[in-house]
Design a protein around this ligand. Structure first.
Ligand SMILES: Cc1cc2nc3c(=O)[nH]c(=O)nc-3n(C[C@H](O)[C@H](O)[C@H](O)COP(=O)(O)OP(=O)(O)OC[C@H]3O[C@@H](n4cnc5c(N)ncnc54)[C@H](O)[C@@H]3O)c2cc1C
Length: 474
């Protein structure tokens, strides 16, 4: 019997566990993997994400891995170059890009230092319950033995294919969006010292490519072509990756003198969603409960932030069931409120389409007449402002009007294209607002089909193995 069980020990799990342990709670984190180890994910953090590492007390360890600070962001598109710098978050005005093997291990070490007991090679297969309330987990340890552990709170921080979400019946999202871009990434030896402080993105037609300097003197290069092109990579990942990188002129120029030193890794289905994320005795931080397309690189920051906030909300009320469930629901609503707008913004960028005439005009304005606009847009990625705060109507309307009246030379864009793009933006903004209003007032949908196993109380209040073959719920 412990105070809290956390399933999964990467960003969301360690953040939750650290917050609980720092509040004096006894926490066990179970992960089916071992550390240090890699996972399928690129790893850019904007300043807001770096600040979350600092709030957890993990930043010194992460910085020791040697990734260069990235104080500048660069966005190239439609022939324009936009630059931005960060508004400091807790005094931090740079991004960081640290490979997951080192980043996640630094989080695990920070958790252990905070007195979290991290049990590796421990795969959760079932939940224990009492009248619909989750009261513990069943897991298989490294020797293949089945064990049980009980706690008033079970946290499923076990990623997109969350076992805990499935077992509590919350697997089916109540809001989702199919990704329009696929991910193909690789590491290259970076031969361009003058770019080592800049996180960069280019858009060319419907293609999107990024280059983020990271630890080990490497450059992480992520290509996000329209998902419809994923088949073209099948069976010839490296060749198609090289060809696509070369077809984006700004990225190709950035990669001059650089050499790809890794294989290409891919993720085709990165659909975004919100799942119901709290219930009696359980909660789902990180990707287990909510995921956004990687195109805006928000996942690790949100996993850290809402993991920490979950731990802070739950720690004082673990001994009071009603208060705990209310705290979990309050936490879930807060994440929903704070993430909805960036979710919609991310879905728009992840649609896998060419830049709209309004986006082109936004880039032109930022590059030629309003140098503050680049930093304002970076604030959105760093979560200092929401998209509607960064581009309120009084700032967006003149941009749309200029797009309408100053068509680029040639016939690629018509006034009809501009009007359609403006109408789509307006519809999206109105839909966002409506959904956010509803999120404030309506109860969240309740999960169904829970697979929690009712199990008699343990003979002794210890965490010793129980004969549990009868309660496995998978
Ligand atoms: C292609 C791609 C690129 C991305 N790029 C970025 C980026 O640049 N920046 C960014 O911020 N985010 C990015 N993300 C998102 C980011 O990877 C996730 O948001 C983040 O890893 C979420 O952390 P988490 O702790 O919730 O889950 P995970 O990191 O998925 O960790 C879950 C853990 O749970 C464990 N686990 C699973 N099931 C069980 C079980 N049954 N029992 C015990 N343990 C279990 C796993 O072993 C794992 O260690 C990207 C994602 C993808 C797919």
């Amino acid at each position: 019997m412990v105070d809290a069980i956390v399933v999964g020990a990467r960003p969301a799990g360690t953040a939750t566990a650290i917050a609980l342990a720092r509040a004096g709670r006894k926490v066990v984190a179970l992960d089916r993997g071992h550390f240090p180890s890699d996972t399928l994910s690129t790893h850019l953090l904007f300043a807001g994400g770096v600040a979350e590492l600092q709030r957890l007390g993990a930043l010194d360890r992460v910085e020791a891995l040697g990734a260069p600070p990235l104080p500048e962001a660069y966005m190239g598109g439609a022939g324009y170059a936009v630059r931005g710098r960060y508004t400091p978050v807790d005094g931090i005005a740079h991004g960081l890009c640290v490979r997951r093997t080192g980043l996640d291990d630094a989080l695990v070490q920070t958790a252990r230092e905070a007195d979290v007991e991290v049990r590796e090679r421990s795969r959760v297969t079932g939940l224990l319950g009492d009248n619909g309330r989750v009261t513990g987990v069943v897991y298989e340890d490294g020797d293949g033995r089945e064990r049980a552990l009980r706690a008033p709170l079970v946290v499923g921080a076990d990623g997109r294919r969350s076992t805990v979400a499935r077992l509590v019946g919350a697997e089916q999202p109540y809001r989702s969006n199919i990704n329009g871009r696929a991910c193909f990434y690789a590491y290259v030896e970076d031969g361009r010292p003058e770019w080592r402080t800049i996180a960069a993105q280019w858009r060319e037609g419907a293609e999107l490519g990024t280059a983020f300097p990271c630890d080990g003197g490497l450059l992480l290069v992520l290509l996000m072509p329209p998902r419809a092109r994923a088949d073209e990579f099948r069976g010839r990942l490296e060749e198609e990756w090289d060809r696509t990188a070369a077809s984006i002129p700004g990225l190709a120029e950035r990669l001059a003198g650089c050499r790809r030193i890794s294989k290409v890794r891919s993720a085709i289905d990165t659909s975004s969603y919100f799942r119901r994320s709290s219930g009696p005795g359980w909660a789902l931080p990180g990707d287990a409960g909510h995921f956004k397309d990687p195109v805006t690189a928000q996942g690790i920051r949100d996993a850290l932030r809402y993991g920490r906030l979950l731990g802070e909300a739950a720690a004082p009320v673990l001994d009071d069931r009603e208060a705990l469930d209310a705290a979990l629901l309050g936490w879930e609503r807060r994440r929903e409120r704070e993430c909805l707008e960036i979710y919609a913004w991310t879905n728009a960028l992840g649609a896998g389409e060419e830049m709209t005439p309004i986006e082109r005009e936004l880039y032109r304005t930022a590059a030629e007449s309003d140098p503050t606009l680049g930093s304002t847009m970076l604030d959105v990625f760093s979560r200092v402002r929401t998209p509607s705060q960064a581009l309120p109507l009084r700032r967006a309307a003149p941009i749309a009007a200029r797009a309408f009246f100053h068509l680029p030379p040639g016939n690629q864009v018509t006034r009809g294209d501009v009007t359609r793009a403006a109408a789509r933006e307006a519809r999206r903004a109105a839909a966002d607002r409506l959904v956010r209003m509803r999120a404030r007032t309506l109860p969240l949908p309740s999960p169904s089909g829970a697979m929690i196993t009712t199990c008699p109380p343990p003979a002794s209040p210890s965490a010793s193995p129980l004969p549990l073959s009868s309660v496995r719920a998978s």
